[in-house]
Design a binder for this molecule. Structure first.
Ligand SMILES: [Zn+2]
Length: 419
C-alpha cells in the first residue's frame, strides 16, 4: 500500500516530513519513504492535506466490561470501591459465557481500531468460563486486526479452585502466544497463588499485570492480612523483577513503595477517568515519571481521551505538562519495544483528517495534540500494514452484524445481573 502526499509526524522526534510512504504488510514489516510512485502501483491512498503518524496502544484495558455500557442501574447503589467491585464487576464477570466474551472482545477491538489503537494490553475475568477465554479474545482481536497482549485475571475471590484455573489458563495461553500473567490485586490473591504466578511468569519469560493500590482498601487489607504494604509484598514475591510487569493505578503508595518501583524495571499504567469514576483518589507520578504509561481501564478505548484526562487531573494533582502527557501516551509503545512484543512496529499508522482553524506545524504540535486533535479526526487506520479502518469504517469485519450480536449478548448479561 502507498500513502501518497503525506505529512508524516515522527512519533518520537515530532518532526514533520512531506513524502510518500510505502507500507509493507505483515508483523514488523516496516515502512519506506519513497520519492516516486511506480506507474504499476494500484493500492494508493491519497493523503494530500492529511497527517500520518504512528497508531496508539492501550496500556491497560478490560474488554470484559464492554457490555456494561448502558446497563440499567442496580438495585443497590455501591457506596465505595469494594462495593463497586462486589455489586457490579464481580457480578458481571460471573455471568460472562463464551458468546458474551466474544461479543465484548469484538466490540472492544472495533472501538480500539476506530480510536487509532492497533494494540491493546487486556486484563480479562470470567470466573465461570475461564478455560479457553483468552483464545476467544485473541481470535476476536485478530479478526478485527488489533494486536494484543492478554492475560487472565487470577484471583482467590471466588475460591482457590478458580485461582488455580486462572493460573492454568494463563499458562496454556502462554505456551503459544505472547501474553502476561494476570493477577487481580494484592487483596484477593493469596501468597501461594502469588508465588505460583511469579513462577509461571519466570518460566515463560514474561511479566505480571496487576492492579496496585487502586483504593486504600488494597493497602489496608494487605497490611492486616500479610503484614506488608502492597508494593513491598509484590517486591518480596519477585513481581517487580521484570520490565514486562505492569502495575495498574498505584494511587495509594508511600515513599518507600515509590523507591521500590523506581529502582525496578516495571511500568505503571495510569487510568485517570476510572479513578475519577470510582472515587479512589488521584495518581501522582512523583519519582516515577519515566515509568508511566496510560490505559483506559475498560471505560472506553480512546487513548487520546485518556491522555487529556491525565493532563487535566494532573494540573492539580500531579506535575504534568503537554510534553509529559504526550510521553505518557507513547510510553506503551516504548514498553512494547523494550520487551520485544510483536505487533507494534512502524507499519502501524493512523491517517488524520485534521484541518484546524490555526496553523499547525512541528513547533506547535503538542498544543494541537492537547486542544485540537481527537479521535474524530482519525480517518484511516493501518495495523501491521493492513488497512483495517477506511473512512472511519472497519474493513475487516461487518460492524452492523457485530453490533447486533453484541446487543443480544448484552441483553442476556443484563438479565443475569438483575437476578
Ligand atoms: Zn483495571
Amino acid at each position: 500500500m502507498i500513502l501518497k502526499n503525506v505529512t508524516y509526524i515522527d512519533y518520537i522526534t515530532l518532526k514533520f516530513k512531506k513524502s510518500n510512504i510505502k507500507v509493507n504488510t505483515g508483523i514488523d514489516a516496516g515502512i519506506e519513504f519513497i520519492d516516486k510512485i511506480s506507474d504499476n502501483e494500484k493500492n494508493i491512498i491519497d493523503c494530500s492535506g492529511k497527517y500520518v503518524t504512528k497508531s496508539f496502544a492501550v496500556g491497560h484495558h478490560h474488554a470484559y466490561s464492554a457490555l456494561a455500557t448502558g446497563m440499567p442501574a442496580l438495585k443497590k447503589t455501591p457506596k465505595n470501591f469494594y462495593e463497586i467491585l462486589k455489586y457490579i464487576w464481580w457480578k458481571i464477570d460471573k455471568i460472562l459465557d463464551k458468546d458474551m466474551i466474544e461479543a465484548s472482545a469484538l466490540v472492544t477491538a472495533i472501538a480500539c481500531a476506530k480510536a487509532g489503537s492497533t494494540f491493546a494490553i487486556d486484563h480479562h475475568a470470567s470466573p465461570y468460563n475461564i478455560k479457553g477465554s483468552l483464545d476467544i479474545i485473541a481470535n476476536a482481536f485478530d479478526k478485527v486486526g488489533v494486536s494484543h497482549l492478554l492475560c487472565y485475571e487470577v484471583s482467590g475471590r471466588d475460591g482457590l479452585c478458580k485461582a488455580t484455573s486462572g493460573l492454568e489458563e494463563n499458562e496454556d495461553y502462554l505456551k503459544s502466544n505472547q501474553g502476561l500473567i494476570g493477577l487481580h490485586a494484592s487483596f484477593t490473591v493469596l501468597s501461594k497463588t502469588l508465588k505460583k504466578a511469579v513462577h509461571i511468569a519466570q518460566k515463560y519469560n514474561t511479566g505480571i499485570h496487576i492492579h496496585v493500590a487502586e483504593d486504600k482498601y488494597d493497602q489496608e487489607y494487605t497490611l492486616k492480612k500479610f503484614n506488608k504494604r502492597v508494593v513491598e509484598r509484590l517486591n518480596d514475591a519477585g513481581v517487580l523483577e521484570s520490565s514486562k510487569t505492569i502495575l495498574a493505578h498505584c494511587i495509594h503508595i508511600n515513599k518507600e513503595e515509590r523507591k521500590l518501583i523506581k529502582k525496578s524495571p516495571v511500568y505503571i499504567a495510569q487510568n485517570t477517568e476510572s479513578n475519577l469514576n470510582n472515587n479512589v483518589g488521584f495518581f501522582n507520578s512523583h519519582k516515577l515519571k519515566n515509568k508511566v504509561m496510560l490505559g483506559t481501564d475498560g471505560m472506553h478505548s480512546d487513548m487520546l481521551r485518556s491522555a487529556k484526562y491525565s493532563f487535566f487531573a494532573g494540573k492539580t494533582y500531579d506535575n504534568i505538562d503537554f510534553g509529559e502527557t504526550y510521553k505518557r501516551l507513547r510510553r506503551v509503545n516504548d514498553y512494547i519495544v523494550e520487551n520485544e512484543f510483536k505487533g507494534d512496529s512502524d507499519n502501524n499508522l493512523i491517517v488524520l483528517d485534521y484541518n484546524p482553524h490555526t496553523y499547525f506545524n512541528e513547533a506547535n504540535f503538542l498544543s494541537h495534540f492537547m486542544f485540537g486533535i481527537n479521535s474524530n479526526h482519525i480517518e484511516h487506520v493501518i495495523s501491521n500494514g493492513k488497512l483495517i479502518v477506511e473512512n472511519r469504517k472497519l474493513t475487516t469485519v461487518d460492524e452492523n452484524e457485530i453490533m447486533k450480536f453484541s446487543k443480544e449478548q448484552a441483553n442476556r448479561l443484563w438479565e443475569g445481573v438483575k437476578n
